[in-house]
Design a protein around this ligand. Structure first.
Ligand code: ZN
Length: 634
């Protein structure tokens, strides 16, 4: 028994009410977490916003009104009509599966404001839903890839959405009486986040990541083998954000037959695609077999259901999901699971930043209800002795000193997050004469990641959003040069004089940053400046700990030892993670006070130190699970 069996009558009666005697509905089916109603009347179709609103009030499920394919105009004709009414030529993608004409523009707000009336006319005349979307200010390969995955096979996608609907809308078989969480990764470690949430009715996996720096698959993958039956029978995967330690194993589950939904925010879909493709690409270059191929990445992306912040969505018969801003990276979310009707609420922070940064507002900390809080603890044992302003001036002084002695500054960054934050900080320092003017080179995946940032201003802080609307690409300035090819890179390698190089990967595990390290590492005038967390076992961590000889693989695939004479510094305040004080502030301010407080995603000293501090602050039951521990919450 499904929801449609129960609500069909109500829906038909509603349409009879607005158009008596006319058979309007031609089909009703599930479309991911929504119910799609296909109608044959162009007038009714054009009024879809109003109708969907009224129906949601009536049946309490998310509804979308679609046109019957029979009333849709041919693409060519639809395109001509769109261009005529919008009085310009736009790039238009026709999504056959959903009957949507996607119009891309650099300024969707002004187009929507000036052409609202015309858009309605287009829909009435063509039978296509007109969706205005923002295109990035710099072309993005990952966005093109995602479009390719999603629109290339409408049949497969419609099938996937139907299957997802069957999970979401099936009738609840069991009353929700039990609830447990099992940690398949991220227990007393940073990496391979994967939390299995089980109720009497449903199984949901929160994050599905891998452990960077792990020396074998056993240590790199979450402990799926211990819960194999449950993993093979998941109802949903929820991805908090696009970093590999939270999303890197999603395609692996598709390889083993998972065909359910992957819920995340819209930017996460694109950033995740970028990171996953980069990962298998890198593995290929190193001659290592990746745990999955592009085929599974494509499959995973076809099963994603993007959800905006603040929108409550049914994902199984007894679980409702809402995302909130986490302040960590673009599209990062704090996950709220509402289980049963008021039975229990889990808040899972994912990675979060409880401080305003140049890019994001601080993470959300107030929730309607919360019995259990699962919290990351990366910096649980690492107080940052500086304010944000002090961190910026410390960064400026390290850079200035290096420039003064004619050296180069290498800043290794993860492509997503710190890269863009540091770019904004450098822009600010240049414009306020905080550092001397020198060229800044951007190399690696961060250039692509920056392009993606320009397409989602609504996921940035209020202030930046306004700036992007007014000034366009606020990340790139005249000081920055993206490195686009090898010859350009060689020019930088042989150049004399000071420069700043921002490059991936952030933990020196691969990427062009290694080329710069090899060339500039031997000169004591240069500086390696860390601004992000270095996971145990990575090359970055070893250098930070004082190792001055590092092994690297050269172009011919041979191992060689590189001597490091350059200075090494770390400035902490820029992390996308909360500092120890911010974590403690979060526990103190978190509303309402949770019954259970669970610390994960931190090395043993970090989670334990945080647990001790928390026990003095709140009355919650406190847990510090290791991998494979199960906590019964109800
Ligand atoms: Zn992260």
């Amino acid at each position: 028994m499904h929801i449609l069996d129960r609500t069909t009558k109500e829906i038909i009666e509603y349409f009879q009410g607005i158009r008596p005697g006319e058979p309007i509905i031609t089909k009703m089916e599930y479309e991911g977490a929504k119910i799609a109603i296909y109608v044959s009347s162009p007038e009714v179709f054009a009024e879809q916003d109003q109708i969907a609103k009224e129906l949601v009030n009536l049946i309490k499920k998310r509804i979308v009104i679609r046109s019957d394919p029979n009333i849709r105009a041919e693409r060519k004709q639809a395109e001509a009509t769109i261009n005529k009414y919008l009085e310009d030529r736009y790039n238009i993608i026709f999504d056959e599966a959903l009957g949507e004409a996607i119009v891309e523009t650099k300024n969707p707000t002004s187009l929507l404001q000036s052409k609202g009336h015309e858009i309605k006319k287009i829909m009435m005349e063509t039978g296509w839903i007109v969706k205005i979307v923002r295109e990035p200010l710099i072309p993005s390969k990952s966005m093109d890839k995602v479009k390719n995955y999603i629109y290339w096979d409408p049949k497969q996608r419609i099938e996937a959405l139907k299957r997802i609907g069957e999970i979401v809308f099936k009738s609840q078989a069991f009353e929700t009486t039990d609830l447990s969480v099992t940690f398949l990764g991220a227990g007393k470690q940073v990496g391979r986040s994967a939390i299995l949430v089980e109720t009497t009715e449903s199984r949901v996996l929160l994050d599905c990541g891998l452990a960077p720096g792990a020396n074998n698959n056993m240590n790199m993958f979450p402990k799926f083998d211990a819960k194999l039956d449950e993993i093979m029978d998941l109802d949903a995967i929820v991805v908090s954000h696009a970093h590999m330690d939270h999303a890197g194993m999603v395609p692996y589950l598709f390889k083993y037959g998972y065909r359910g939904p992957v819920y995340c925010t819209e930017p996460t879909v694109v950033l995740m695609t970028m990171e996953l493709l980069d990962y298998i690409n890198l593995m290929g270059k190193e001659g290592v077999f990746a745990p999955y191929t592009e085929h599974e990445i494509r499959l995973a992306m076809q099963h994603t259901v993007p959800i905006k912040y603040g929108l409550v969505t049914n994902i199984t018969p007894d679980v409702r999901l809402t995302f909130y801003n986490a302040g960590h990276i673009l599209g990062s979310a704090v996950v709220h699971l509402h289980i049963g009707e008021g039975f229990h609420n889990i808040i899972y922070t994912g990675d979060f930043k409880f401080e305003r940064t140049r890019m994001f507002d601080p993470s959300v900390y107030k929730f309607p209800r919360a019995e259990t809080l699962i919290m990351e603890s990366t910096y649980g044992n690492t107080p940052v002795p500086f304010t944000r302003e002090e961190s910026e001036s410390l960064l400026a002084s390290h850079i200035s000193n290096t420039i003064d002695r004619g050296g180069k500054v290498i800043i290794p960054v993860p492509a997503v997050g710190r890269a863009q934050e540091i770019m904004l900080v450098l822009n600010h320092l240049f414009s306020t004469n905080g550092i001397p003017e020198v060229p800044v080179f951007l190399d690696g995946l961060l250039v692509e990641a920056t392009a993606i940032h320009t397409a989602y201003p609504e996921y940035l802080s209020n202030e930046l959003r306004t700036n992007i609307e007014e000034a366009g690409n606020i990340f790139m300035s005249e000081y920055f040069t993206p490195v686009r090819n090898q010859s350009q890179r060689e020019e930088i390698l042989s150049s004399k004089g000071p420069a700043i190089i921002i490059s991936t990967s952030g933990m020196l595990e691969g990427g062009p940053v290694l080329t710069y390290l090899k060339e500039f590492g031997g000169d004591e005038n240069n500086l390696m400046l860390f601004v992000s967390y270095q996971v145990e076992g990575t090359r970055g961590r070893r250098i930070l700990k004082g190792m001055r000889e590092v092994e690297m693989v050269n172009e011919e695939g041979k191992r060689e030892i590189v001597k490091i004479n350059m200075k090494v510094e770390k400035v902490d305040g820029f992390s996308g993670h909360s500092s120890r004080q911010q974590l403690i502030n979060y526990i103190g301010k978190f509303t309402p006070k949770p019954k259970n407080l669970i610390f994960i995603h931190g090395e043993p000293e970090a989670v334990e130190s945080l647990a001790t501090s928390a026990s003095r602050l709140v009355n919650s039951r406190i847990y510090v699970p290791k991998n494979l521990d199960t906590i019964a919450l109800a």
